[in-house]
Design a protein around this ligand. Structure first.
Ligand SMILES: Cc1ncc(COP(=O)(O)O)c(C=O)c1O
Length: 413
């Protein structure tokens, strides 16, 4: 047998990240054929029409104006106090749920997922999320000996499949006594679906019903990584109010990220926000998560925290940031509309898109289809059940013409 030095739990298939791999191939194609000839829809970041990364001026001017010590010094383990307050302000924007709340800083939204999953599931537990899902949920779980089970995200009408959600939820909680479920909304990655307010009511009514059995423990992890790129900033936040006054055996954790909303992907800043009707449960949340911070990464990026605190504390600066962000949001909305329209015209089936960076196309053999598409100079990401097209990274013009080409390729294989 081949020598292996890593511990048993650390043996994984030797695979490079397929997204980065395809993105590199797209970049080589751009060099060979010219940028106009290539559609690179693999990247999960906002790119301008020339394919360059968008970085918000208001954010980076703020970073560059910080005193060195404000970037260099260690931060508090659970995050700077003013940052924790700023997170609540930008995340809820006045729609704070009633109850007790505490914030723990994390390296990006990924860090918040890691903190929550580790502290609210037991080894061997099954985590519930939808069948279309961001694959790092599985990776983060797997690393810690947890696995993922899925419900069907959509019903026949293309709405949230509450029946499938309930069935899987019951299965898991009956076996485990506890459940940790991740809902990524609004602007779900990879489909762009957003759970509507009435669908949230159905989810929460059901959870409250299950919670009548006080031996059951329910954790709802709400991943809002894309919330700043939803069409209506105000409407999209009203659902937060619904997490107030829930029974103490339902804990809500909101996963906040600065990556998209502040074009701060590489600065690695986010937070887990715990919400409970019980003060004791929320103190427990804070200290358990803080212990994990110390055990994993110690403290987070102090400069990135200072950017958020500073923008939020100065109305003029914050308004300026919002104007800048909204300009990019409008650009994103136009691109997504162009893709959805293009798909309609070309008769290409796509999943119900509402908001966010991505649109998904259901299909058989996604890897083969992706490979075939590269021959047409279109680069997409293959998922288990289809393809992901990043409208965030592709010009409106290309978003409009891509569906027809995708449809032709699908029809010929
Ligand atoms: C669904 C989802 N959740 C969370 C994140 C968090 O990202 P980060 O760790 O960069 O903040 C992402 C980023 O791609 C995402 O797509």
């Amino acid at each position: 047998m081949k020598l292996s030095m890593v511990a048993n739990h650390a043996r994984w298939p030797r695979e490079n990240d397929i997204i980065f791999n395809l993105s590199e191939r797209a970049q080589s194609a751009e060099k060979k054929f010219g940028k106009d000839e290539v559609i690179n829809a693999t990247i999960g970041a906002l790119m301008d029409d020339d394919g360059k990364l968008i970085t918000m001026k208001t954010v980076y001017d703020e970073l560059k104006s910080l005193p060195n010590a404000e970037i260099s010094a260690y931060a508090s383990i659970a995050g700077q106090d003013d940052y924790k307050e700023a997170v609540k302000k930008v995340c809820f924007q006045g729609n704070d749920p009633e109850g007790y709340m505490r914030v723990v800083a994390s390296p990006g939204g990924s860090g918040a997922i890691k903190l929550a999953m580790w502290n609210y599931t037991n080894p061997g537990d099954v985590i519930l999320t939808s069948d279309w899902y961001w694959s790092p949920y599985g990776t983060i779980g797997e690393e810690a000996g947890r696995s993922v089970a899925n419900y069907r995200l959509f019903n026949e009408q293309g709405k949230f499949n509450i029946e499938s959600f309930k069935e899987k939820f019951k299965d898991i909680i009956d076996k485990q006594g506890n459940i940790f479920t991740i809902i990524n909304s609004p602007g779900h990655n990879p489909t762009g679906y957003s759970v509507s307010d009435s669908e949230w009511d159905e989810i929460l009514d059901f959870a409250k019903d299950v919670a009548k059995d006080e031996s059951k423990k329910i954790v709802l992890f709400i991943d809002v990584a894309y919330i700043d790129f939803v069409k209506n900033d105000v409407e999209s936040r009203k659902f937060f109010k619904k997490f107030g006054n829930l029974p103490a055996n339902i804990l809500t954790i909101v996963g906040f990220s600065m990556s998209k909303g502040f074009t701060a992907y590489g600065m690695r800043m986010g937070a887990a926000i715990g919400i409970s009707s019980s003060e004791d449960i929320i103190e427990e949340f804070y200290f358990s998560l803080m212990h994990s911070c110390r055990a994993n990464w110690s403290n987070c990026n102090r400069g990135a925290m200072a950017i958020l605190s500073s923008l939020v504390s100065d109305k003029e600066k914050y308004d300026e940031y919002k104007n800048e962000k909204d300009k990019y949001k409008d650009m994103l909305v136009k691109r997504a509309e162009a893709f959805v329209e293009g798909a309609k015209d070309a008769n290409l089936e796509i999943l119900p898109y509402r908001d966010g960076f991505f649109v998904s196309i259901p299909c058989e053999n996604p890897r083969q289809v992706c490979e075939e598409l590269t021959k047409e100079n279109i680069y997409l990401v293959p998922l288990k059940m289809g393809l992901r097209f990043a409208v965030c990274a592709v010009s409106e013009e290309k978003c409009s013409k891509a569906p027809k080409i995708i449809k032709e390729v699908l029809d010929r294989i």
